[in-house]
Design a protein around this ligand. Structure first.
Ligand SMILES: Nc1nc2c(c(=O)[nH]1)N[C@H]1C(S)=C(S)[C@@H](COP(=O)(O)OP(=O)(O)OC[C@H]3O[C@@H](n4cnc5c(=O)[nH]c(N)nc54)[C@H](O)[C@@H]3O)O[C@H]1N2
Ligand SMILES: Nc1nc2c(c(=O)[nH]1)N[C@H]1C(S)=C(S)[C@@H](COP(=O)(O)OP(=O)(O)OC[C@H]3O[C@@H](n4cnc5c(=O)[nH]c(N)nc54)[C@H](O)[C@@H]3O)O[C@H]1N2
Ligand code: SF4
Ligand SMILES: [Mo]
Length: 710
């Protein structure tokens, strides 16, 4: 007998697919995974990565038991052979003793939790873990590694992370995929784009790398990295000069149009100069602006690729202004999407309980450390230094920038590192102890999305494998053992079950959430938010969501802020401006290291997740550096040659691929596990800890290097 369980893919991906898992009831084993055909965005299919998820869940490499290190730290002692199995009893007692000793000697802020996107499930991403660390008084982690530059910039214009729903793309006539690798990273948007194109829409891709999306597009603009702010401001100059803006919408719903007009009238933003900066022609800049402003409806799918460069915040601000001046927010199939994550009015504080910091030994909010500076933190921060690192939902020894400093930090003999994981990763190479984590097949979750507007229930399909525990169960157990539920500072929240936490998160008075209960979610699997606010769930076709058709921006002024006091308060241009990244062709650093490297994600891995699995490795060419023919021949490099890529931070040897994916001056590499790369280092040996100007995010796509034949 089979049963089919509704789950939701929790990986760090905007699509947040509805998933159906078939389980053989006799053996309790999952036998099949498929996309939920009833989910309006998933539409019955999964990406190639997760379609093979059974292989991941039942991989013989799964970490299934707590283990403690028996051999020296480092990649020479990789994987299970460096550890010996211990009981949960010993593991928890050791972790608690270590955390208590560190807190006693150095204060609890010497403990740093390090986590990111292993799961975006509401509970296992941020709930019991946060409660635990808040009550402990551990340093807070500013989760900046992915999206804060763009997110904060979007909020500075719109007030909230809302955008065009994916289902509306089918009604568009002009679609710009701006730093958005739709085919690779957001594949469920693609069928809607294809439907629009069958009805005559045009697709323009703006990306320095020729992605599969770019190859399928009507036009590919291979923009110079980090110059998007110049292009967006240049487009707005043309739109203003040629009177292509929506004067009525601008007057009613925007703030700072005069300042914007003044900004774009600067010499920098003439089509000729923008063409020089971006690597286009002036005619192409004009044409893009005219087509975008006159095609109706026109939509922009801008993704986080744009904001992984030093001035990515300004780029996102400028791009976000485009639909605000053309009035495209008024139209079904218009507007812009970066993220929809601001739409879910859950009671997040009921999950993370910031107030518990006051009950910690500190009696106040702990200091905050920026995850994009892990190398710097581990090697230089004092008062107190980080003495204990608790890693979960993340693989920092692969994903954090400036890998060599990160590793130097991890190898400090006085640092205690515990890693809660599903596999032996690059990071477990530096762990004193590893603890086994469940996959989404094995635990209950509440799922939202950053690419659509459906809340989902995710049920456990199978029992936890081995002795693995979910993040929620692990941190609950630690908290109870430390007595956090008892005594004068005790709080019963540490005893809550997953179901009780879901109920707490859903218990909000908000028209969008009216009638959305756990009971209904468990029956229906997914529910679209009541975005019309009239208390019922309608489909996107019946009631398309137009977040800003009539203004309604959640900024301080209530308008789209083309001029922002909060941006000014950061010491930045209150409108937007183009500043060339320090690590780019526009600066003197490029004399020494003339190539701009995009250290991109792999289409068939998810950040570094999946990169250890044989089935996924077959789908993805690994250890490549893609180069332009001119750059290659100038260095005597031929396709297939081993080459050394280097800068002041590090060096790595990869295989050259001369395939037309990048223009002269740009090279592209892919994220992977360090220990699966020759030499045991990954591309983050080259990336820097320079932070974005807005949001203090990582700058993986602003990175100068040079290459020589190895
Ligand atoms: N298959 C797959 N899917 C994923 C992921 C994955 O690793 N693999 N990762 C997930 C995560 S964590 C995220 S945040 C999302 C991210 O989704 P996207 O935002 O789409 O992410 P990126 O791949 O970082 O960047 C998109 C594109 O931006 C381009 N780009 C780089 N620099 C610039 C620039 O200066 N200007 C412009 N215009 N474009 C630039 C890159 O070449 C890339 O093709 O995807 C998620 N989905
Ligand atoms: N060079 C370069 N570096 C990058 C990027 C890039 O484009 N280029 N992208 C950046 C971006 S956008 C992001 S979001 C970050 C991603 O950084 P991370 O979020 O660290 O991403 P992953 O490498 O996928 O590692 C997630 C880990 O969490 C584990 N995990 C999954 N589910 C659970 C769970 O329920 N519990 C526990 N305890 N563990 C779990 C997985 O096994 C996996 O090893 O990387 C950043 N780094
Ligand atoms: S990774 Fe993204 S596209 Fe793939 S199944 Fe998960 S949510 Fe869907
Ligand atoms: Mo990300």
């Amino acid at each position: 007998m089979n049963k089919v369980v509704h789950a939701a893919c929790p990986h760090d991906c905007p699509d947040a697919c509805g998933v159906l898992i078939t389980v053989d009831e006799l053996s309790g084993k999952a036998t099949k995974i498929q996309g939920d055909p009833a989910h309006p965005v998933t539409r019955g299919f999964l990406c190639a990565k997760v379609a093979k998820y059974i292989e991941r869940v039942y991989s013989p490499d799964r970490l299934l038991y707590p283990m403690k290190r028996t051999k020296a730290k480092g990649p020479m002692n990789s994987g299970p052979s460096a550890f010996e199995r211990i009981s949960w009893e010993e593991a928890l007692a050791t972790v608690i003793a270590k955390l208590e000793a560190v807190a006693k000697e150095f204060g609890p802020e010497a403990i740093l939790p390090y986590s990111y996107g292993g799961t975006l499930g509401q509970l296992n991403n941020s709930s019991m873990d946060m409660r635990f660390f808040h009550r402990l008084g551990a340093s807070q982690l500013n989760r900046t590694i992915c999206a804060t530059a763009g997110g904060d910039a979007l909020i500075s214009v719109l007030g909230k992370k809302l955008g065009t729903e994916p289902e509306q793309f089918r009604h568009s006539k002009y679609i710009i995929a701006w730093g958005a690798n739709v085919h690779g990273n957001n594949v469920h948007l693609w069928p809607f784009i294809e439907e629009a194109r069958r009805n005559g829409a045009k697709l323009v891709v703006i990306d320095p790398y020729r992605t599969r999306t770019a190859r399928c597009a009507d036009r590919h603009i291979a923009i110079n990295p980090g110059t998007d702010a110049a292009l967006a401001l240049g487009m707005m100059r043309v739109i203003v000069d040629e009177n292509l803006f929506d004067a009525d919408y601008v007057a009613k719903h925007t703030l700072g149009f005069d300042e914007l007009k003044k900004k774009v009238s600067e010499e920098t933003y003439t089509p000729e100069n923008v063409a020089r900066l971006t690597g286009m022609t002036a005619e192409k800049v004009r044409r893009l602006a005219r087509e975008y402003a006159t095609a109706r409806p026109a939509v922009i799918r801008v993704n986080y690729g744009v904001q992984r460069s030093e001035n990515g915040g300004m780029a996102m601000r400028a791009i976000t202004m485009l639909p605000c001046i053309t009035g495209s927010w008024k139209e079904v199939g218009g507007g812009l999407q970066l993220s929809t994550s601001g739409s879910f009015p859950l009671d997040k504080n009921a999950l993370i309980r910031l107030d518990l910091m006051e009950k910690s030994p500190l009696g106040r909010a702990a200091r905050t450390l920026n995850m994009s500076e892990l190398g710097r933190i581990l090697t230089t921060v004092n008062n107190p230094p980080v003495k204990a690192l608790f890693v979960y939902n993340s693989n920092p020894a692969a994903v954090a920038p400036n890998h060599n400093d990160v590793v130097r930090g991890f190898l400090r003999p006085d640092l205690f590192t515990v890693v809660h994981e599903q596999f032996f990763t690059d990071t477990t190479d530096y762990a004193d102890m590893v603890l086994p984590a469940t996959t989404f097949f094995e635990h209950k979750e509440l799922q939202t999305s950053y690419g659509h507007y459906y809340v989902q229930n995710s049920d456990a399909a199978i029992a936890p494998l081995g002795e693995s525990k979910s993040n929620v169960d692990l941190f609950r157990e630690l908290a109870l053992r430390m007595g956090f539920d008892k005594g004068p500072n005790g709080d019963p929240c540490f005893r809550q079950s997953a179901e009780e936490m879901i109920d707490a998160a859903l218990a909000v008075e908000h028209p969008w959430m009216k009638g959305i209960t756990r009971d209904r979610l468990e029956k229906e699997g997914h529910i679209r938010l009541n975005l019309s606010g009239n208390g019922h769930s309608a489909t996107a076709e019946q009631e398309p969501f137009l977040p800003f058709a009539h203004g309604g921006f959640s900024t301080p002024s209530g308008k789209a802020e083309l001029y922002s006091e909060s941006v000014k308060a950061m010491g930045l241009d209150p409108v937007a401006t183009f500043v060339p990244p320090q690590e780019s062709r526009h600066t003197s650093k490029a004399k020494k290291y003339p190539l701009e490297m995009l250290s991109r994600k792999a289409d068939n891995f998810l950040n570094t997740t999946f990169s250890n699995l044989a089935g996924h490795q077959k789908m993805e060419e690994r250890n490549l550096v893609e180069m332009n023919a001119e750059d290659a021949s100038a260095r005597g490099i031929k396709d297939g040659d081993p080459v050394r890529i280097y800068n002041d931070r590090g060096a790595i040897t990869l295989t050259a691929r001369v395939d037309g994916a990048v223009r002269k001056g740009v090279v592209a590499t892919r994220l992977n596990w360090a220990r699966l790369t020759p030499g045991g280092k990954n591309i983050n040996v080259l990336t820097s800890e320079i932070l974005t100007e807005i949001g203090a995010g990582a700058t993986f796509y602003s990175c100068l290097v040079d290459i020589q034949k190895a």
